[in-house]
Design a protein around this ligand. Structure first.
Ligand SMILES: *[C@@H]1O[C@H](CO)[C@@H](O)[C@H](O)[C@H]1NC(C)=O
Ligand SMILES: *[C@@H]1O[C@H](CO)[C@@H](O)[C@H](O)[C@H]1NC(C)=O
Ligand SMILES: *[C@@H]1O[C@H](CO)[C@@H](O)[C@H](O)[C@H]1NC(C)=O
Ligand SMILES: *[C@@H]1O[C@H](CO)[C@@H](O)[C@H](O)[C@H]1NC(C)=O
Length: 421
């Protein structure tokens, strides 16, 4: 026992030191964020709910992802936004709890950036009695109007699985193809496609809330200590939709990252970013486009525990997250109405950001929290709010065609906010 303790204490110290910014600023102290700051101007005039006609199911949205429709010449003709929501999240959340009622289903939505319409996708052929709680989702781009595979992480009643659907630019139906399950789908969270039938998937924890007895304490310990247990895998599936064993391969592409959450592939395909929520960092990897193997290159601090991430067309990584975990925890338990939001852009720059004062346009600059983003990157705030203008930001996407910034809120009543430029 003494031996175990003497080994554990320095280890614990190391983990706490590695999580120090997160621990101090995002857990112990509430950052003094404004009601609303948007890098392009006044939030009151530029930001509004994505869905103007309220729908009781369009709330508590987790992921949002830009779906590109390419014309015959290969250029992007139209861009849509796929959104995953779960109005029953307060009764079913396998990441943060609780696990009370898995039955009311979550929903998938499609927003057209041209018409401004937000439509619910009807699930076709979805197995009866199969519960549906969507988290991360990504669709392969459509070419010349063809249909695309859409993959959705589903933290269903008994196990977290990945649903494969087919969506078409000309309909509002998500046709169920099959459910993908694997012993190493322990806690899938986010997906980034490498082809129509292969993808990276993060697993946010190794110890999940589903575990009997220890499920309410061990996962939170894994989170707070930043234990490097979670991982990102690369998965290839059989293009034959009727194959008896749909998963052809599962490899650990990026093991030993604490609380791996969002994942995204750069526009060139050569870089992959993974968000570590518990360490408040983004890990960058170079990607072998033939084997999908990842090689760690560098990591960059962000001023909050990042949730989902996504590259824009210019190669900036848009990162959304939770500036104050305890407030989010209270929101999950319905003890409070809103939790803060923060969205930053992590952009490549030549050389080192040595200055300790940066992001100074923001009401509450990132440099108030993190010393320097490190070499070759800079961090700048796109949106921040104490929760009044927008609550519990979870994912953000920047559409360089329309100039719009989309932000989803994990427990936001308005579901998704659009900020125009
Ligand atoms: C933002 O716009 C609102 C209403 O359009 C206005 O009342 C407010 O003063 C503006 N804020 C700033 C900082 O300009
Ligand atoms: C749509 O076309 C693209 C490009 O030819 C192809 O890669 C993709 O597999 C097609 N999608 C489906 C679902 O067949
Ligand atoms: C990708 O991996 C393959 C197989 O290991 C190797 O032959 C190739 O050189 C790698 N490509 C790059 C760009 O490293
Ligand atoms: C920053 O970029 C330079 C030049 O590309 C490279 O040599 C260096 O290793 C990079 N630093 C980090 C920490 O990635």
């Amino acid at each position: 026992m003494r031996l175990v303790l003497s080994a554990l204490v320095p280890l614990l110290g190391l983990f706490i030191w590695r999580s120090k910014y997160t621990l101090y600023y995002n857990i112990l102290t509430l950052p003094d964020l404004p009601d609303g700051y948007y890098s392009e101007g006044n939030t009151s005039s530029l930001c509004s709910p994505m869905k103007s006609a309220p729908d009781p199911d369009f709330k508590h949205c987790e992921d949002l992802h830009l779906w590109d429709l390419h014309g015959p010449d290969g250029t992007v003709n139209e861009r849509r936004v796929i959104v995953t929501c779960d109005s029953g999240r307060r009764k079913w959340n396998t990441v943060m709890g609780p696990l009370i009622d898995p039955h009311p289903s979550g929903s998938l939505w499609m927003h057209s950036t041209t018409s401004g319409q937000t439509t619910r996708l009807t699930l076709e052929n979805f197995p009866q009695g199969h519960t549906f709680h969507p988290l991360g989702a990504e669709a392969y781009p459509s070419y010349s109007g063809n249909a695309s595979y859409l993959y959705v992480v589903n933290h269903a009643k008994d196990k977290t699985v990945i649903e494969q659907f087919l969506i078409s630019p000309s309909s509002s139906v998500a046709k169920y193809i099959r459910t993908l399950s694997h012993p190493f789908f322990i806690s899938p969270n986010a997906i980034a496609l490498t082809s129509p039938t292969s993808f990276y998937v993060t697993n946010d924890h190794v110890f999940t809330r589903r575990l009997p007895y220890i499920g309410s304490i061990v996962p939170i310990t894994e989170t707070i200590l930043g234990l490097p247990l979670s991982f990102t895998a690369h998965v290839t599936i059989d293009p034959d939709e009727t194959a008896e064993k749909p998963i052809l391969s599962h490899t650990f592409a990026a093991p030993f990252v604490s609380f791996s959450n969002g994942v995204s592939i750069s526009p060139s395909g050569l870089e992959v970013a993974i968000a570590s929520s518990s360490l408040g960092r983004i890990y960058f990897y170079s990607r072998n486009t033939t084997t999908n193997a990842l090689t760690f290159t560098t990591s960059v601090f962000v001023p909050f525990p990042p949730d989902n991430i996504g590259y824009d067309d210019e190669g900036n990584l848009i990162v959304a997250g939770h500036p104050h975990f305890p407030t989010l925890g209270k929101l999950v338990k319905n003890e409070i109405d809103v939790a803060p939001s923060w969205v930053v852009s992590v952009s490549p720059v030549a050389g080192e950001t040595t200055t300790t004062q940066y992001d100074l346009k923001a009401t509450f600059p990132a440099s108030n929290i993190i010393p320097s983003p490190g070499q070759n990157h800079t961090v700048s705030t796109l949106f921040q709010s104490n929760g009044k203008v927008f609550s519990s930001s979870c994912t953000a996407a920047k559409d360089s065609i329309s100039g719009n910034l989309y932000v989803s809120g994990l427990y936001a009543e308005q579901g998704v906010m659009i900020c125009r430029s």
